[in-house]
Design a protein around this ligand. Sequence first.
Ligand code: NAD
Ligand code: UGA
Length: 466
Amino acid sequence: MNFKIKNICCIGAGYVGGPTMAVIADKCPDVKVEVVDLDVERIKKWNHKDLNKLPIYEPGLAEIVGRCREVNLFFSNSVDKKIKNADMVFISVNTPTKKKGLGAGKASDLKWVEACARQVARYSVGHTIVVEKSTLPVRTAEVIKSILKESVKSNVTAKTFDVLSNPEFLSEGSAIEDLINPDRVLIGGENENAIDLLSSIYSNWVPKNKILRTNIWSSELAKLTANAFLAQRISSINSISALCEATGADVREVARAIGSDKRIGPKFLDSGPGFGGSCFKKDILNLVYLSEYFGLPQVANFWESVVKLNDWHQHRISQLVVKKLFGTVSGKKISILGFAFKANTNDTRESAAIRICKDLLEEGAILSIHDPKVEMSQISRDLKNENQNFSKEGSWTMSEDIYDSINGSDAVVILTEWEEYTKIKWDKVSTIVRRPAWIFDSRSIIDPKKVLKNGMNFWRVGDGLN
Ligand code: NAD
Ligand code: UGA
């Protein structure tokens, strides 16, 4: 293999494209990495002098961007020009669930991926390796290939392409750690030479035995399956949390007991407010759609139940808050601690907090929301149908300070496991809440004794002693 990848272009400067390319640039100083996006504001933020103003918050990301930006890592809106210069183009754009038309509500909307394929077909020069980084339905590579093939036919200059699938398994909040120390890197494709070239990028820091090669369809399907299995574990443990509350068992003890079985393992057994994030729900729904499409309704129903359980569990928590507060929250102040879908990220996509806050607003609560990383404008977009006016029933405001948020509240509802919430001084809280007060811990991060000894009521997920 004499040819080496020197110029990479990544289309999509989002949660995956940004951190992934930053790590590639850091680990491969001889490769020039260009990250491009149509979103002008997002690119401005990636180029912001103040590294605290990057569009994405991930521990360790700002340091890497600080080291590589304008050295071998560049962010711009020049999509066409950067495709032209690239030997390898990563497609890392959004693939949300389709909102209308065929497959609406389940199938992935591939219009952004298709647009990328057309851009690559049009602007690439010579041989280009196209890498699917976005999560895609099985057999999407076929669509990309057929678009690229047309450009080969219709162009006078010689253009050739290889298409590889290289799904991303990073988790938000630990993206940099996941990228530097991945459990595996998966590359699916037909052309061994193209696979070798992509593999040579990763082997700058990933041990060879962790770089898995499969056929392209297995690679696409493995990504959807991995997310479906992970989400299935959360729905499983959340279903058991409800049973624990009904029977006197404790979900943490059950999780410890089953997780000690090597075949089950201890990870992803934390019961919470229901899984959020941009991908679990959309990827399972995509799997459901594919199963239906291929005439497998039993398979579709099995996976759909994971999403249904999650929806039910989120509502269960909001209903429980209302029930504990004497059946009504109308006009009552409730402090919401955490809006991000998990800790260490500013991402709120599909966050359980959105559903739970909407339910409580519908019941007439006055919410005071705190989150250390989520901006108020984001919360406004997420709760767009609800009032933002902290004076009347069914409205919300944002609080910069945890204790301001709690002050005068009838209840505190912890929805994200931010570390600072583990350090709340419950003796201080007991002097500023309106009694009788309830503390709801949906993330099991509070020591119940500390709340109870200060004379407040306490509920936590899956605790049969609630
Ligand atoms: P994102 O919405 O944060 O970013 C996608 C970006 O692509 C946006 O900034 C958008 O402006 C840009 N874009 C769309 N079409 C474009 C075009 N034609 N030209 C240039 N830019 C374009 O999305 P994300 O969270 O980074 O996810 C990207 C993909 O990776 C999805 O398929 C997702 O399922 C998958 N994925 C996400 C995660 C995660 O943790 N977020 C993890 C693994 C895989
Ligand atoms: C998830 C997968 O973990 C990644 O491997 C995958 O690449 C990514 O989706 C994707 O394709 O987008 P992410 O959504 O960032 O990553 O975060 P997770 O850590 O998986 O958490 C998802 C949700 O499940 C969060 O709301 C989290 O709070 C919840 N969760 C997680 C639990 O309720 N309990 C657990 O034990 C673990």
